[in-house]
Structure formats: C-alpha cells, structure tokens
Write a protein that binds this ligand. Structure first.
Ligand code: DON
Length: 307
C-alpha cells in the first residue's frame, strides 16, 4: 500500500499549484466570506487513527454533508418506514430544484436534495421543540467524532435563514401535500442549524468512520447502525450524494460520497477508510472542485474505488 501520509502531502501540493479553484458559494452570504485558497484532507482508518494534510484542522460549514447524519438519525427513529416519505433515486436535478416535487406529489426523490433533507429534518423533529432536535443532532455529531468541541456557527445559520426563501418554498410546497408534519418554521430552523454545524476535516472523517466499518465505530466498538443500514446509506450516497453530479463523482472517484456547499466532501471506502476533503471553491453543480479532484487522486493511488 502506498504510504498514506506521502499521498496526502502530494495531494496538498497539487492543490496548492491549482489556479482554477472553482467559485465559493455566494447565495448564503456568510459562506461567500470564506478564503478560497484553503484546502484540507483527512483520512480516518479503522483503528481510529486520523492521518491528514493541509488545512485539515480548520473548521468549515459542513452544509449538506450533515444530511448523511440526519438521515442516519431519522432511520434510527422510523426504520425503513422513512422511505415512504422520501425516495432513494437520483434526482438528476440541482440540489434546490422544485420541479419533481409537484410531479411526485410532495415526496422528494432522495434524502440529500434540499427537499428530501427538509423532510428528514421534519422526521427528526417529530413533535419536539427545534432546540431539542438541534441539540440531538449536535450531540450525535460530537459522539461520532469523539469530540465535544464541535459547535454550530450561528452566523451561518442566521445567514441561511435570512436568505432561505427557496428552502422555505420547498417546505411549504411539501406541507401542502401533507409531507411535513411539524410547523414549517420549526422544520427550517432545524435544517438551517444542521447545515451550519462547523467541523474540521479531521473531525468529519472521524465521524464518518461507522459507515466504513459496517455500521460499527471500529475505534470505540459502538454499533451505530446495523451493517445492512450502513450499506444502504452508502448506496444512497453513491447514487445521490453529489446531486446531478453523482454520476460524474462515481465515474471519477468510485466511492460513496456526500458534498456540501461549504466545500466539504465526506467519502467512504468501505472496510478501509472514511475521508473528508475540503476546499471552498465549487464546480457549477455545487460540489467542491479541488475536493473532488483530491478524492479522485486518493482513490486511484490507494486502490480504494469500490469497483
Ligand atoms: O440549503 C442549502 O441550500 C444549503 N444549506 C445546503 C446546500 C448544499 O450544501 C448543497 N451541496 N452541495
């Protein structure tokens, strides 16, 4: 096996030399302030060791990467009944698209597009107060990352709330079909706060380790989900984790992955590693440009593609 630390150092070097770094998300004003020259990568291994390079200790807004963890929580509450509310097919549309919602009677295509994640937030909320659901999500992230210092960036949450008309539209539209049980403002409060969780690559890679370990956190021995459920979450990540760029990511990287507009990507090499890459500049679909390129290199050099 190639020496992992050397491979990561080379990837950081290549990223530093890259002039075309994509475009930082600007529709959430707080994210537009982030320095696009940053790049970090971290790999959590089955023994819990985390190997990293570049800005892997710098916190960033995990945004849609949070949807993997709220899906995990909601599956824990509802079991496979969740799939009656949210599909598991790729949408082939942008992450914030509304078109299929009308055609498919308010049932979002998958839990990773915004509509699907808002429907999942409704299931996590389940009649509780938003602050209780937000606390539950944050505790889950801290437990998985084995790090109590993880926090929510309130300025990002408020920035999203102040510019969240599209998400509010999606939520109200679903509510009109009866697909949302709780008050829309409560559901959006949970959704915006989960997206505003700030984590480093090292923390995020560690938090995803259970998905690389058949549902079991190999470092602590905790069974987070069953092995069947871990396989299925990975399958949805592979098919839907990069929106209408999911085919491209599977083609280039060959790993289940989930991106966020903060520029983070969590990728899972089952049985081998949980990987977090971060660079704020995005491609036109909204996925980290250098993050995707880094994962392509890493999977190729380590022989980690699932195919
Ligand atoms: O709701 C939004 O638009 C953002 N909070 C999250 C979108 C996102 O991360 C899409 N990922 N690439």
């Amino acid at each position: 096996m190639a020496d992992l630390q050397n491979v990561l150092d080379e990837i950081v070097q290549e990223a530093a030399e890259c002039a075309d770094r994509g475009v930082v998300a600007s529709y959430i004003p707080e994210l537009a302030k982030v320095d696009p020259d940053q790049f970090g990568i971290a790999v959590a291994l089955p023994d819990g060791q985390v190997v990293s390079a570049g800005d892997a200790g710098t916190g960033f807004s995990i945004q849609s990467v949070s949807k993997v963890f709220t899906l995990t929580l909601a599956l824990g509450k509802l079991g496979d009944g969740l799939w009656a509310r949210v599909g598991r097919e790729p949408s082939g549309n942008p992450f914030n698209s509304i078109v299929q919602l009308e055609q498919e009677k308010g049932r979002p295509r998958n839990p990773f597009i915004n509509a699907g994640a808002i429907a999942v937030a409704d299931l996590v909320l389940a009649g509780h107060q938003p602050r209780e659901a937000i606390g539950e999500i944050l505790r889950f992230m801290r437990q998985l990352a084995d790090d109590d210092s993880i926090v929510i960036d309130e300025s990002v949450a408020h920035s999203e709330m102040a510019h969240g008309d599209r998400n509010a539209s999606l939520a109200h539209f679903m509510k009109s079909f009866g697909s949302i049980d709780n008050p829309v403002d409560h559901v959006l409060g949970v959704y915006f706060h989960q997206c505003a969780i700030a984590m480093t690559c090292r923390q995020l890679a560690r938090a995803g380790l259970f998905l690389a370990g058949d549902g079991r956190d190999p470092a602590t021995g905790a069974q987070v989900v069953s092995s069947a459920r871990a396989r299925r979450i990975n399958a949805v990540m592979l098919m839907c984790g990069h929106y209408d760029g999911s085919g491209e990511f599977a083609h280039r990287v060959g790993l289940p992955g989930k991106s966020g507009v903060g520029g983070g990507i969590l990728a899972i090499a089952p049985g081998k590693a949980s990987i977090a890459a971060w660079s704020p500049g995005l491609d036109p679909v909204g996925n980290s440009k250098l993050g995707s390129a880094a994962l392509e290199q890493l999977a190729r050099r380590m022989g980690w593609s699932v195919f």
